[in-house]
Design a binder for this molecule. Structure first.
Ligand code: PLP
Length: 409
């Protein structure tokens, strides 16, 4: 990673002010929802990562958000990529990223994908079971295997990865390494994923300690591993990230003090989240009275089958911000998406000022698992993404015209 060519200007975009200008100066009607993508936030996150987790090389988890300018920017910044499918690999290769900056981090890969990886020299890949091991042996015997172990955080925004992926670290891990060696396959390291939006930082410590034990057992049978992949799960909030980084750095200096083990991570949410703000508007207001107290049901023009789809996976949303100046009184309300599906309910029992039709609501930190999960259900358009860049980078010069004016028009 190199940051010598990056200049970062701290003043990121004032989104409420930009939206107000769109309304008042340009008469924008906000008929369709859209995202504002402030790409300078990505550089911001890159610089924070390098400062706080200097030993760990990030491999961006492409699945989280595949917006082309975001991928281009990350590629230009020199980080690596975690690809979960052949198509993701193709996308990243198209940016000029070389095989040594890609890890194929899906423990179960299709035949065509393994053959593609072999043809293009994408050697590093995860696995967690015997069946995959034998398939890789047959289709890509030179692959460099990373064994994924299970280590689940008790508290995370999105849990459940461990139910599907990651072998039992106590017995199965060692057995799988033995099997791989008996097949003459290379096992170069250990990976795990504690859960997305991990709030239980000690899990990283525990997982790194567990990985150390497996490194030691593996070395005892003559297989010295050189790679530790601590997966994703990081929240992009500065304080949360600083706290988790402290725990991780401490675990690394305790269990992997020497630099002969390369440490990588697969952050998705960390890079994509803060760069995106979803801009929506209220299209209907219904009033109800419960014991004389008014409450409101609002419908907005984006819902669970579009940008809010990750609600289906149990993720709690941050509160919307109302762009118009409102009086302080707040009322209980429900917010619905625009489709005919009764499951298209975004909020229940939150308190907001009284809204009107055409009021604009913005949702910040909306770049993770939003655009990639959106559908056209009920015939609604995909939300457009309007890029903004307030960063100078020698390889990104052609993109610096993405100024505030580009969004406003
Ligand atoms: N790596 C793997 C294997 C994943 O499955 C995921 C997310 O599901 C990620 C990385 C990215 O996780 P996050 O966005 O929480 O950083």
């Amino acid at each position: 990673m190199s940051d010598k060519s990056v200049t970062y200007y701290k003043d990121s975009l004032d989104i409420p002010d930009t939206v107000r200008t769109m309304q008042t100066v340009h008469g924008h009607n906000f008929e369709e929802p859209f995202y504002i993508c402030d790409l300078s936030e990505i550089v911001n996150k890159f610089i924070m990562w390098k400062r706080i987790l200097p030993r760990i090389i990030p491999y961006y988890a492409v699945k989280c958000n595949t917006y082309a300018p975001l991928l281009t920017m990350l590629a230009e910044l020199g980080i690596g990529f975690d690809c979960a499918s052949g198509n993701e690999i193709v996308k990243i290769q198209a940016l000029g990223v070389l095989p040594n900056r890609i890890v194929f981090a899906n423990p179960v890969k299709r035949t065509s994908e393994l053959l593609y990886a072999r043809k293009h020299g994408i050697k590093r890949m995860t696995f967690d079971n015997e069946c995959e091991l034998h398939r890789v042996k047959k289709l890509f015997p030179d692959a460099e295997l990373i064994l994924r172990i299970r280590c689940d955080a008790k508290k995370a925004w999105f849990r459940g990865l461990g139910e599907k992926y990651g072998c039992d670290p106590k017995i199965e891990a060692f057995e799988l390494i033995q099997s791989a060696l008996s097949l003459n396959m290379k096992v170069i390291g250990i990976s795990f994923h504690v859960g997305s939006g991990c709030l239980d930082y000690g899990t990283y410590f525990k997982a790194i300690a567990t990985a150390r034990k497996i490194f030691d057992l593996s070395e005892k049978i003559g297989n010295r591993m050189t790679l530790l992949d601590i997966g994703g799960g990081f929240i992009s909030d500065v304080q949360a990230f600083s706290e988790v980084a402290k725990v991780i750095n401490q675990a690394l200096s305790t269990f992997f003090p020497s630099n002969d083990v390369t440490v990588i991570a697969e952050p998705g949410r960390y890079f994509a989240s803060a760069a995106f703000t979803l801009v929506t508007k209220v299209i209907n207001v219904k009033e109800a009275r419960n014991n004389g107290k008014p409450s409101f049901a609002y419908t907005i023009n984006c819902g669970i089958h579009a940008g809010f789809r990750y609600l289906l996976f149990g993720r709690k949303l941050t509160r919307p911000e109302v762009i118009r100046e409102t009086n302080e009184e707040k009322y209980k309300c429900t917010i619905w998406g625009p489709t005919c599906d009764p499951a298209d309910k975004l909020y229940e029992d939150i308190r907001l000022p009284k809204l009107q039709v055409d009021d604009v609501l913005i949702f910040r930190n909306f770049g993770a698992y939003s655009t990639v999960l959106a559908t056209n259900f009920n015939g609604f358009e995909m939300a457009e993404i309007k890029p903004y860049l307030n960063v100078k980078h020698e390889n990104l010069n052609q993109q610096t015209e993405w100024d505030r004016q580009t969004i406003i028009q």
